[in-house]
Design a protein around this ligand. Structure first.
Ligand code: ATP
Ligand code: MG
Length: 394
């Protein structure tokens, strides 16, 4: 039996915007990714994207999984194809649906007829398909108000399509539709989630990672690359610029009051990130900070770190509880990697009692104890770039 995927995209989100442009982005994204699952044809008609296998080697399960990770897609249905003939529709419904209805107690049959020339109207189609389902699975109950599954028949231009409900897609806006942001990516739980959330709004991601070799290990860096790779399943290739903070951290340890260590380090991170953003045309910085989560994330501390950059700093986790951030990280599958126990540069030489309500003048006085500019220049020279791309085999 021939199966296709029917994808819907968030029309509300696209309203008033350049719809054709968004559709083109979506189509291109799907075509690139679906190559991993075989040869598929992607076409757009009447606000639906059709994904059709072109030969028997196509892996439709994998195609479904891949489509659900494309931003801009709101639902994905796996459907059987029937002739535009009610007898064939009933035959396909009887043959195809039982596998998907097993385990459900009740259903409702619904129909949509975008081809108005089809001789039967939607209520009639629903009634006949519902009857066919009951013939195949007589124990199922019809429940029009609270069915556990909806059987849908869609009569379209070329064919009729029958499915038993759809899966949620990734939502959001198509990749590349909203500029480019630079994600400060650590190996923690929060920053991959922050990157995911901005990417979901169509922002292309590039990343900067600060390491502190030999205080941090190569495994810690590889973990960050792995995290970016997982996020790239949604947003495509992520370039990661890696910068060494080792020398800055050693100088800070030896020259400033301990309680200011983290704040001063974060100011250097932000300045360096802005330089990376400048060079790579990123319009904003993105971090995984949330108000009050740690000492460096109080309002006052965030003010002190923000003061050194001119770009907007997007912090999509800012108002979230850790539990909420963890729930997202589990859903996008970064969690298990994030909790692998490797040192991050932020955990090297951390003070026992960091300042939680820093006063900016005092911070600046501390910063004058060493030449932050020279150290940052040196750090910037250490930059090297790697790529994380879940679709690199394509
Ligand atoms: P995360 O779970 O994202 O590491 P966190 O709660 O551990 O966050 P911090 O370690 O204080 O908080 O870091 C705050 C933010 O600063 C991170 O979300 C990330 O955006 C950025 N950041 C921290 N460490 C690094 C690093 N080594 N490289 C790049 N960015 C970093
Ligand atoms: Mg961290």
């Amino acid at each position: 039996m021939k199966e296709v995927l029917l994808l819907k995209y968030g029309e509300l989100a696209l309203k008033g915007l350049n719809r054709g442009y968004f559709e083109k982005l979506l189509k291109r994204e799907l075509e690139t990714r679906l190559k991993l699952a075989g040869s598929f044809k992607v076409t757009l008609a009447q606000s639906t994207i059709y994904v059709e296998p072109q030969d028997d080697d196509c892996d439709i399960d994998e195609a479904l999984r891949l489509c659900r990770k494309v931003f801009g897609i709101t639902t994905v249905a796996r459907a059987a194809v029937a002739e535009k003939d009610i007898e064939d529709i009933k035959r396909v419904a009887k043959e195809y649906l039982p596998a998907y209805l097993r385990g459900h107690a009740s259903f409702k049959a619904d129909a949509r007829r975008s081809d108005k020339k089809f001789p039967l109207k939607s209520p009639e189609i629903s009634r006949l398909v519902g009857g066919a389902v009951l013939e195949a699975m007589p124990y199922l109950k019809v429940d029009l108000h609270n069915p556990s599954v909806i059987v849908m028949t869609e009569i379209r231009e070329e064919n009729a399509y029958i499915h038993a409900g759809s899966f949620p897609g990734a939502g959001g806006m198509p990749n590349g539709s909203n500029g480019k942001g630079l994600l400060l990516l650590s190996g923690g739980i929060d920053s991959p989630v922050a990157g995911f959330m901005m990417a979901k709004r169509g922002v292309t991601l590039e990343a900067v990672h600060f390491e502190s070799y030999p205080y941090t290990s190569e495994q810690a860096r590889d973990k960050v690359i792995r995290l970016a790779e997982i996020v790239s399943e949604y947003c495509g290739k992520i370039k990661i610029h890696v910068i060494s903070l080792t020398h800055i951290q050693e100088v800070l340890r030896d020259s400033v009051d301990e309680e200011y260590f983290t704040l001063l380090l974060r100011r250097s991170m932000m300045r360096l990130a802005e330089r990376v953003a400048d060079r790579n045309y990123c319009q904003a910085l993105i971090t995984g900070e949330a108000v009050g989560q740690v000492a460096s994330q109080t309002m006052q501390a965030l003010t002190v770190t923000d003061a050194v950059v001119n770009r907007p700093v997007f912090r999509p986790c800012i108002g979230m509880d850790k539990e909420e951030i963890i729930a997202i990280s589990r859903r996008i599958e970064t969690f298990e990697t994030s909790i692998l126990p490797f040192e991050d540069c932020c955990t090297v030489f951390t003070p026992k009692h960091p300042k939680t309500r820093p006063d900016i003048e005092k911070v600046i006085l501390q910063e004058q104890k060493y030449d932050h500019e020279a150290l940052e220049n040196e750090a910037f020279d250490s930059l090297y770039t790697v790529e994380a791309d879940a679709y690199s085999e394509v």
